[in-house]
Design a protein around this ligand. Sequence first.
Ligand SMILES: [Zn+2]
Length: 180
Amino acid sequence: MPDIRPTVGSSALVLNATYEPLCVVSVRRATILVLTSKAECVSDGDGILHSAHHTLPVPSVVRLTRYVKVPYRTHVGLSRRAIFARDGGRCAYCRGSAETIDHVFPRSRGGLHAWENVVAACAKCNHSKGDKTPAELGWRLHAAPAAPRGVAWRVLGHRTPDPRWADWLDLPKPVGAEAA
Ligand SMILES: [Zn+2]
């Protein structure tokens, strides 16, 4: 195994032989795939990798030389990071900066801890909402919460995508673009 010490701690997108996005790996792992001819570099990242015997650009997107069959993971795990990523870090009620997770139908009243019942919320809204429902307060949700879907979520999860991957992933608009 070559001794690869990437100068940047970034990650690389792996495409199947069919160019379908598969997963995200470390730059080190992507480099090893390229050096062992298991993948080819599709898009270069920033910088050059140096090892005893090799000098090559840091890979940003690599494509496997042989097709691999992967079982689809359709379920996105419910985590604080994933909820914040889905909601763009905004409060579901006032669209301010979110710091907490709120159960739309309160857990104390039997509300489920599920994608359809959790939203990112600011501390102020979460506190004043207490154990009431939005309807009881006359509040409106910006959007009905739902489990995230799509290739970008399957591949990225809560990771922040490298802009160079946009050609390969159906990326949602960056936060801030909608404000204009
Ligand atoms: Zn709020």
